[in-house]
Design a protein around this ligand. Structure first.
Ligand SMILES: C[S@@+](CC[C@H](N)C(=O)[O-])C[C@H]1O[C@@H](n2cnc3c(N)ncnc32)[C@H](O)[C@@H]1O
Length: 306
């Protein structure tokens, strides 16, 4: 399979659907379709989704609140590693906090939906779309050295090795200063088994578990969108050590964990994880808080399957 590619507008395929009437909607998607205006305020403006995308899309009020809560600090670029139909990438672009929003998606039809939906929301030109595997993309950014730390002053010329469609030269949209880049990941959750568990074991998440995702993201600040029942202790263990902090060998940094709710029902848990400049060891330092997304007029009452 080809490596990640920066893509211009992909054609919509027959999988990119806009259901107008319940009679067209597959039975397993109907409960989501009834919530379509809570998921996409502009649904009627020809929002497109693949059938799979309905199960994992981040509802717009939640995506907007995450985009509001995510403080760029010095960062200017956010990379949405699992862009899906564009729920989060569009919200990041609409927040106007970022010079660059990069959206990576491995499924061409789903990416075509995301591009089309970004057009509907008027932010198509503010998002750089990459077709391919986000882990391969990150591997291009993270130099494969034996050094445990990533130089935060390195400007990654990711495009030097990316297979660009239109322009064989380096596309400036993919010049990334890693010290100014934040990663956002809303991975598949592997179905709805998390609902049956009081505490969801993130080591069993499919197809990528917490450790795999964290290993790929750890040199950078990263934000993980996870099932609401996720095991906080597993997240706590990702807290990096600040070598300049008090204490022997430094001090543990804090991971902020936020529950995002609509109409009082939790939709997801989001962990805001600082970069790990050096090899980190387990920690128990998590601070959590509750945050409710704007739920006015919302009728969302069922769980996401991601
Ligand atoms: C839960 S959905 C993301 C939903 C998205 N946040 C939204 O609001 O539309 C996960 C997406 O990740 C994509 N995906 C899975 N593995 C991937 C990978 N290795 N690289 C890029 N995309 C991937 C899937 O095709 C799916 O569209």
């Amino acid at each position: 399979m080809d490596g990640p590619k920066l893509v211009n507008t992909l054609p919509l395929t027959e999988e990119c659907r806009h259901y107008e009437d319940i009679s067209e909607v597959p039975s397993d998607i109907q409960k989501y379709w009834y919530q379509r205006y809570s998921i996409w305020e502009h649904y009627d403006y020809d929002i497109r989704m693949t059938d799979d995308a309905w199960f994992g899309v981040t509802p717009q009020p939640v995506a907007r609140k995450i985009a509001e809560d995510l403080d760029p600090g010095v960062a200017t670029t956010v990379i949405d590693m699992f862009a899906g139909a564009g729920g989060n990438a569009i919200a990041f672009a609409l927040s106007e906090k970022w010079e660059h929003v990069i959206a990576i998606e491995k499924d061409p039809s789903t990416l075509a939906c995301a591009q089309h939906n970004a057009e509907v929301y008027g932010v198509r030109e503010h998002i750089t779309f990459v077709l391919g595997d986000c882990f391969e993309f990150l591997a291009l950014l993270n130099p494969p050295t034996s050094s445990p730390s990533l130089s935060t002053t390195t400007t990654a010329r990711a495009t030097a090795t990316l297979n660009l469609d239109a322009d064989p030269g380096i596309d400036p949209r993919l010049y990334l200063d890693l010290s100014k880049t934040v990663l956002f990941a809303s991975p598949p959750w592997g179905g709805v088994s998390y609902r049956d568990q009081d505490v969801f074991d993130l080591s069993t998440m499919q197809p990528y578990n917490l450790a795999q995702i964290h290993a790929a993201c750890r040199p950078l600040k990263h934000v993980l969108y996870l099932p609401r029942t996720s095991d906080l202790r597993q997240i706590a263990k990702l807290a990096p050590t600040n070598p300049n902090g008090d204490g022997d060998g430094g001090s543990k940094e804090k991971i902020e964990v936020v529950q995002y709710c609509m109409d009082g029902a939790s939709k997801a848990l989001v962990a805001y994880i600082p970069p790990s400049p050096t090899t980190s060891s387990p920690s128990q330092s998590v601070s959590s808080q509750s945050s409710h997304s704007d739920s006015s007029g919302s009728d969302v009452d069922s769980d996401s399957d991601n």
